[in-house]
Design a protein around this ligand. Sequence first.
Ligand code: XBP
Ligand code: MG
Length: 236
Amino acid sequence: MLKALIFDVDGTLADTEHAHLKAFNQAFAQEGLDWHWSEAEYTELLNISGGKERMLHHWRQVEPNMKELQAGAMAETVERLHLIKTSFYEAAVRNGEVSLRPGVLALMQEAREQGLQLAIATTTSPANIAALLTAAIGSDWRTHFLAVGDASSSPIKKPDPQVYRQVLSDMDLEASECVAFEDSSNGLRAANAAGLKTVITPNPFTDHHDFRAAWRVVPDLRQARLIQLRRWFDQA
Ligand code: XBP
Ligand code: MG
C-alpha cells in the first residue's frame, strides 16, 4: 500500500537553481573572488551535489596544484562562502524569486487529506528548505512532513542513498510503501539505491540527464496526481 511521498527540494519542489546560481556568484563577488559561473558552467557543476562540494570541486579545477596542506584553509573558505551564499539565497526566496512548481502543492494537499505521510529528502541546507517552504506553505510547514532529511542530517550527498535511508527509517516505513520525487540523475540514483520507486519531473537544468531507470517521467506533478500514482502503484 502507498503510505508516503518523499520529495527532493531543489529542482523538484521548485526551480531553485537560478536563485542558487545567482547567490553563489553574489557570494564570490562579495568575497572579492574572480569566479563567476555561467549558466552552462553551472549546469555542468550540478553533477556535484551540494553547494560546498560544488565550490570545492570548482576550486580544485581552477587551481589543480593546490597542496593537500592547504585543505583545511580551503574548507574554511568554502564554509564562509557557503554561509554568505545561503543568506543571499534566503533573501531571494523571501523576495518571491522562487515559487513551487505546478502541481506540487495540490499533490501534497491531497496526499495529506487522504492520510498519506509526506517527507523531504534533499542535499540542500536546512535554511534553504525553511525559506522555500515558509514562503510556500507558511510558518507551520514543518508539521506537514513526518521526516526531513537534509545536508545537516545526511552529510553524504546524493547519489549516495543516505538521505533516503534516513528518511525511511525516521518514518518507520519500507521503501516499497513510498514513492520518491526527483529531478536529477544523482537524485534518481540515490532514490533507486534506497529501493524506492521514483517519479522524475525534469527541469531545464536536468532535462539532458539519463532517466531510463526512473519509475515514471512526467513534465510536472500535474501529471502525477494521487489517483494516477495509486494506479501506477497497483500495476507495479
Ligand atoms: C540540489 C543541490 C544543492 C543546491 C544548493 O541537489 O545540489 O546543492 O544546488 O544547495 P538535490 P546548498 O536537488 O539533488 O538535493 O548550497 O545548500 O548545498
Ligand atoms: Mg534536485
